[in-house]
Write a protein that binds this ligand. Structure first.
Ligand SMILES: NC(=O)c1ccc[n+]([C@@H]2O[C@H](COP(=O)([O-])OP(=O)(O)OC[C@H]3O[C@@H](n4cnc5c(N)ncnc54)[C@H](O)[C@@H]3O)[C@@H](O)[C@H]2O)c1
Length: 438
């Protein structure tokens, strides 16, 4: 496989310059200035095990694969509110005022472009920094103009797009999403089943730009846009950044399953008070998130394979909007498990996390890996990026992988393959003893 070197600047365009996006952008600017470390980003801090006879067997991922350099990243985006990135970051109340002050000139210079938005898809938002056009097809064309003129004026060699916009209301795939021709007709007919995020994705993919989806919306997870991504050679991946409670779930559940421990119930509740929480306070938008979060356990525990351990599993998820907590989400999990002879036990997790601090490095990694995929000639669904998502998009007929350790192995094997190195098993080990060579 030929992997083109990253030359020139990479434009990272983000629909939705809210808490997650501004925390990522401010973070990268701080890292560029040597004010902070990219903790949580495996492209920057992770190592990879290689089965080489000599030399460094554990290089840093960024030294192993040719990724765009942080100094070469240029940010831009769209939002329904006019706030520049400095103002939006102050409002998000994630990063310390002192840190933001030190980055103020860079952040103030980033002003959002007018969004493509439909209130029906996020009723709790009332922003007016919004494009108008005769129909959705014209809106897509306006977004394409934004993308090409950003690339020209900011002198970017390549672009990548990561959706960090609000969670849209729940919709199911229907005929208009089934094929590219039906979708394009729907754009021209202003079909209400085409969500704003799909219009951004269509515009990006038409131009061959990779599109990564950090929210649980369907967006690129429809046949029409998978078809387009293959046609134009654009990598796609989604859905819903894996942070907080779901991150914990996909770390813990594989361990319980590995030890053949039974799980009877898993009750998960959250309180959060940021704008994301406010949007999710609407039941239609919460439903999109709920579906994404619910899929995780069944796929890891596989009650179909071990009904005696998991067939009774009761999985319940709640998200409550609670303004005093802001972005500092608090989650509780009560897990009812059972062991030897059916004896019951309980696990309680109280995670006091920071939502956007956990999500920001994922946005960075996805932008860099999305660009790597494009430079490697990959297109369509990038399942090796499942590691980053709560509800990984798969090719038709494949089960999503939720176990974080298997996902990491999958990601690392994809990198090994791109660089012509030997694939390793989940442990990355070759045992020395005769007869158990892995
Ligand atoms: N923070 C996390 O840990 C986490 C984890 C998984 C997923 N997510 C998802 O990431 C997304 C961003 O989260 P956040 O905390 O930054 O939310 P946020 O509300 O702070 O930011 C979202 C921004 O998107 C803007 N927006 C909404 N619709 C838009 C459109 N059509 N075009 C352009 N802009 C639009 C909003 O005005 C807002 O500024 C949400 O969908 C959230 O569910 C976040």
């Amino acid at each position: 496989m030929e992997v083109k070197e990253p030359t020139g600047r990479l434009g990272v365009l983000i629909p939705g310059l809210g808490a997650v996006a501004t925390t990522m952008i401010a973070g990268v600017e701080a890292i560029k200035k040597g004010l902070a470390q990219p903790i949580g980003s495996i492209t920057q801090m992770g190592n990879i095990h290689l089965n080489r006879k000599s030399g460094n067997n554990y290089p840093k991922i960024k030294d192993f694969v040719p990724l765009a350099n942080l100094q070469d990243l240029v940010f831009g985006g769209w939002d329904v509110y006019e706030d520049n990135v400095y103002e939006a970051a102050v409002n998000a109340r994630v990063l310390e005022p002192g840190m933001l002050q030190a980055l103020r000139p860079e952040l103030e210079a980033l002003k959002p472009m007018k969004a493509v938005f439909e209130k029906e898809y996020a009723k709790n938002l009332d922003g007016t920094h919004v494009k108008t056009a005769a129909n959705k097809y014209e809106l897509a064309k306006a977004l394409m103009e934004d993308m090409t003129s950003f690339q020209e004026t900011r002198d970017c060699d390549r672009l990548v797009i990561v959706w960090c916009g609000s969670t849209e209301k729940y919709i199911e795939p229907s005929e208009v999403h089934e094929s590219l021709s039906a979708f394009e007709k729907g754009l021209k007919d202003n079909d209400p089943r085409i969500a704003p995020s799909m219009i951004y994705a269509y515009a990006a993919l038409k131009l061959g730009i990779p599109f990564l989806n950090g929210a649980p919306n369907l967006t690129v997870d429809i046949p029409a846009l998978v078809e387009l991504s293959k046609q134009t050679g654009a990598p796609i991946a989604g859905k819903d950044f894996k942070t907080g409670q779901t991150l914990m779930k996909t770390i813990l559940a594989p361990g319980l399953q590995a030890r053949a421990l039974g799980v009877k119930g898993w009750f998960s509740t959250n309180i959060l008070g940021n704008r994301d929480g406010y949007v999710l306070d609407d039941p239609d938008n919460f439903r999109t998130k709920e579906v994404s979060k619910l899929s995780v356990l069944e796929d890891i525990l596989r009650p179909d394979l071990s009904p005696e351990l998991y067939s009774e599993l009761y999985h319940k998820i709640r998200i409550n909007y609670y303004p005093p907590h802001g972005d500092n989400k608090e989650s509780w999990d009560n897990i009812d498990i059972f062991g030897w002879l059916g004896y019951q036990m309980q696990i309680k997790i109280n995670f006091l996390c920071r939502d956007s601090i956990l999500a920001a490095p994922l946005v960075l990694d996805l932008a860099l890996f999305g660009d790597l995929a494009k430079r490697s000639g990959l297109s369509g669904v990038q399942e090796w990026l499942s590691f980053y998502f709560k509800s990984p998009q798969t090719s038709p007929g494949f089960r999503p992988e939720h176990d974080i350790f298997k996902q990491l192995n999958h990601l690392q094997n994809a990198l090994r393959k791109l660089m012509g190195e030997e694939q390793l098993n989940a442990e990355g080990l070759t045992y020395a003893e005769e007869g158990i060579t892995a």
